[in-house]
Design a protein around this ligand. Structure first.
Ligand code: AMP
Ligand code: MG
Length: 423
C-alpha cells in the first residue's frame, strides 16, 4: 500500500507518474515511521554530539568543600577592617593550603594561611585577601586592604547542588556538557543509538574518483556527498556500495538491508533502468513514489523489513535535495535529533524575482549579495551540481505559491553558518 492507501502500481516503468505526492505527505509518512532508537551506553569522552537518552541528576555538590577563588591569604575577614597601604595590619603566616593539599589546622585570631586558587579553605578562616593587597616579610603578612567575610571564597554547591537536574533528553551534548558531566564523576552515559545507514550508488556509467574512466563514464558525485550528509546527521555508515543497474545485484543489497536506513542513489524514476522502485515494492512497501517538487520529483520512500528505504534521484542536485527533504529528516529523527534542517535560517529580501509554479515545492539555490539581499541562481538544472557550491543557500517556494517578486523577504537556509549574515 502506498501513503494514500492505494495499491502500489505493479510496474510504473516507462509509464510516468500517474500522480505525485506532496512534500507534506512525505513528511507525514516519515514522521509516522520514525521515532528515536533505543539507547546505548557510551564512555563520556565519546559522547560529544550524541543525543542524551537519560536524565542527569547530580550525585554530588560542586564544589564539595569551600575553596579559595584567588591566590592570597585565608584569614578572618573582619580582622582586615581598617587595613590600607597607609595602615598595614600584621598577621602571622601559620601554614599553606594548596589544591588537593589542605592545611589541617585552625586559623586563629591574628593568623593567616597562604592559599592558592582552588585550595580548600582552612577551618577558622572565612575570606581570602588577594596577594596583590599584601606584603610578605618572612612569617609576617602585612594586609594593605580590607576583605569582608565570605569574599573570594567559593561556597559548597554554589555551582551544582547534589540532586539538581542538569540535563534532560534529548539534549545534544556539547563539549562543555562533557566537562560538567565529568566534574560529577560520571564515566558513562546513556545516549540514543546512532541510526545505521547503508548507501547504494547505482549506475552502470559510474566510476569512483581516483580511477581511470572511459569517455562515456562519469565519476560518482553522490557517494561522497551522501556519506558526508549521513555523518553530519549523526548516523553510522555501515557501508557504501557501487551497484550496477542489474536487478540481481540490487536485490542482493536490498533483501536483507541490515541497516535502519538504506539510501539508493539513481534509478529512482520510471525509466527502463530504474529498478529500485520495483524492487522496494517487491521486497517490502513502496509507500511514496513521485513528488510534487523541483528538483527531486522522481524521489520515493518505503520500507523493507524494519529498514526505511529512500530512493534518491541520481542527478546530484536532486540527490542532495531529496536527501535533505526526506532521508535526512528520517535519520535525524531516528537519532533523536530535531527534524528541522541543520542549516542556519535568516530572513532576507530577494534581489530578483523568483519564479515557481503552483502545485509544486521548489528548492531554489540563492547567492548572498554584498547588499544583504539574495539572488536566485540563473543556472539551476538538477544536473548542475556546481549550482549548489556556487550558492550560499536555498529558498523553499511552497506548493501554493507561484514565486515571489523582487524585494520579498524570504527564509534563506544557509549551507554554511560562516557564510550566513546572522539573524
Ligand atoms: P538516474 O537517476 O540514475 O536516472 O540518473 C540521472 C542522471 O544523474 C544521469 O545523468 C546519471 O548519469 C546521473 N547520475 C546518477 N548517479 C550519479 C552519481 N552518483 N554521480 C553523478 N551523477 C550521477
Ligand atoms: Mg542511473
Amino acid at each position: 500500500m502506498n501513503a494514500s492507501g492505494d495499491r502500489a502500481p505493479a510496474d510504473v516503468r516507462m509509464r510516468g507518474f500517474a500522480r505525485r505526492h506532496t512534500v507534506e505527505q512525505a513528511w507525514q509518512w516519515i514522521d509516522q515511521h520514525t521515532q528515536p532508537l533505543p539507547s546505548v551506553t557510551v564512555p563520556l569522552a565519546e559522547a560529544a554530539g550524541r543525543v542524551l537518552a537519560q536524565q542527569v541528576v547530580s550525585p554530588l555538590d560542586v564544589p564539595s568543600f569551600p575553596r579559595a577563588m584567588m591566590d592570597g591569604y585565608a584569614l578572618r575577614g573582619e580582622e582586615t577592617q581598617g587595613a590600607s597601604p597607609y595602615n598595614p595590619l600584621e598577621f602571622s603566616v601559620v601554614g599553606q593550603s594548596l589544591p588537593g593539599r589542605p592545611w589541617p589546622g585552625n586559623v586563629g585570631p591574628g593568623q593567616c594561611v597562604r592559599i592558592m586558587t582552588g585550595a580548600p579553605m582552612p577551618a577558622g578562616a572565612d575570606a581570602v585577601l588577594p596577594v596583590e593587597q599584601t606584603q610578605c616579610q618572612g612569617q609576617v603578612m602585612l594586609a594593605h586592604g580590607e576583605v569582608p567575610p565570605q569574599k573570594n571564597v567559593g561556597q559548597v554547591a554554589e555551582d551544582i547542588a547534589q540532586g539538581q537536574t542538569l540535563f534532560e533528553p534529548p539534549r545534544r551534548l556539547r563539549p562543555q556538557d562533557l566537562g560538567v558531566l565529568s566534574s560529577l564523576g560520571l564515566a558513562f552515559l546513556e545516549v540514543v543509538r546512532r541510526p545505521r545507514v547503508k548507501i547504494l550508488i547505482t549506475g552502470n556509467e559510474l566510476v569512483p574518483p581516483g580511477q581511470p574512466k572511459g569517455p562515456y563514464a562519469i565519476y560518482d558525485a553522490n557517494g561522497p556527498m551522501l556519506q558526508a550528509l549521513v555523518q553530519r546527521d549523526g548516523a553510522e555508515l555501515t557501508g557504501r556500495h557501487m551497484v550496477a543497474d542489474e536487478e540481481a545485484k540490487l536485490r542482493e543489497h536490498l533483501q536483507d538491508p541490515q541497516a535502519d536506513v538504506v539510501l539508493i542513489s539513481g534509478g529512482s524514476s520510471v525509466g527502463q533502468e530504474d529498478l529500485a522502485p520495483q524492487l522496494v515494492a517487491q521486497l517490502g512497501q513502496l509507500a511514496i513514489h513521485g513528488l510534487a517538487m523541483r528538483p527531486s520529483s522522481p524521489a520515493g520512500m518505503g520500507q523493507i523489513g524494519s529498514a526505511l528505504v529512500f530512493l534518491l534521484p541520481g542527478n546530484p542536485v536532486s540527490c542532495l535535495c531529496a536527501y535533505d527533504f526526506f532521508a535526512g529528516r528520517a535519520i535525524r529523527r531516528l537519532g533523536g535529533l530535531p527534524a528541522q534542517w541543520p542549516y542556519p535560517q535568516v530572513r532576507l529580501p530577494l534581489a530578483r524575482k523568483l519564479v515557481s509554479q503552483v502545485g509544486r515545492t521548489d528548492y531554489a539555490r540563492v547567492v548572498l549579495q554584498p547588499d544583504g539581499t539574495v539572488s536566485p541562481l540563473a543556472v539551476s538544472g538538477a544536473s548542475i551540481l556546481s549550482s549548489t557550491t556556487r550558492a550560499d543557500g536555498f529558498v523553499i517556494v511552497p506548493e501554493d505559491s507561484e514565486g515571489y517578486p523582487e524585494g520579498t523577504p524570504v527564509d534563506v537556509f544557509f549551507y554554511d553558518a560562516s557564510v550566513s549574515p546572522g539573524p
